[in-house]
Write a protein that binds this ligand. Structure first.
Ligand SMILES: C[S@@+](CC[C@H](N)C(=O)[O-])C[C@H]1O[C@@H](n2cnc3c(N)ncnc32)[C@H](O)[C@@H]1O
Length: 249
């Protein structure tokens, strides 16, 4: 495997964020993975990068596998002080793999999650099917899904195409609803964010105003952006979704 994506993330690995983050969408990711997992459970982080979430989850007693297509990202995880401070058997297990074809047994994990990664895949439905496949019946799958009616994608699509990626691939609600039904999953939570944060991509807004600090006030959950997006979810940037895999095949 030696793709443009792999090379790009290998090059970014040394500088990639290790903190989970305090802005509402970042804090929300942590709240969800903590809520839907318990100590001693088997968890798989897909697109886990440098263990940004996986290492903290392991510190909270979960048995975590961190999957990423970038060996450079996983190497950064192995070098982190927080990783090295864990007993060997508590450390997340790094696995180099594409999300679309996971080398993980079916029905083996209590929970699997994938953040900020699916939107890069034209074939993300295959990756979502893989996440569902590896989770035990009754287990949880947590995803963030990019939604199409948001102007931020003009910026990100151009950004990633310039880097040689195929682009950005938001999915409509109707499409994911059908997919989740076909995968025998029920949706337990859907939290929309990013209605107001898309304005930051308009000229002069990010640098010329204090919009960011107003819509993402520290400690607010949901913040103003989250509250407004709940009113108009059709224009969300992301939906954070919790699925439960059906008990019957
Ligand atoms: C933007 S980072 C997100 C990291 C982390 N999940 C977070 O929320 O901060 C995307 C990560 O996904 C990985 N990635 C991209 N495409 C992937 C794929 N098809 N399969 C597995 N990992 C992938 C990249 O190497 C990178 O580490």
């Amino acid at each position: 495997m030696n793709t443009t994506e792999q090379q790009h993330f290998n090059e970014r690995a040394a500088g990639y964020e290790t903190e989970i983050g305090t802005e509402y969408p970042q804090a929300l990711k942590w709240r969800l993975i903590e809520k839907y997992s318990g100590a001693g459970q088997t968890i798989v982080d897909i697109g886990g990068a440098n263990g940004r979430h996986a290492v903290d989850l392991a510190r909270h007693g979960r048995k975590v596998t961190c999957v990423d297509l970038s060996p450079g990202m996983l190497e950064q995880m192995r070098l982190r002080d927080e990783f090295l401070s864990l007993q060997e058997e508590q450390r997340p297990t790094p696995v180099v793999s594409k999300a679309q074809c996971l080398p993980i047994a079916s029905n083996s994990a209590d929970m699997a999650y994938c953040f900020a990664t699916l939107l890069l895949m034209p074939d993300q439905e295959e990756a979502i099917s893989e996440l569902v496949r590896i989770v035990k019946p009754g287990g949880f799958i947590i995803l963030d899904i990019a939604r199409p009616w948001n102007v931020s994608w003009f910026y990100w699509d151009r950004h990633y195409k310039k880097l040689g990626f195929p682009g950005i691939f938001p999915l409509s609600s109707a499409r994911t609803k059908k997919l989740f039904l076909n995968l025998n999953c029920s949706m337990l939570e859907k939290i929309a964010t990013g209605l107001l944060s898309q304005l930051l991509y308009l000229p002069f807004i990010e640098n010329g105003t204090n919009l960011r600090s107003w819509i993402h006030k520290k400690g607010q959950s949901p913040d103003i952006d989250g509250k407004m997006t709940a009113i108009l979810p059709g224009f969300a940037n992301r939906d954070y979704i919790v699925l439960q895999k059906g008990l019957l095949p």
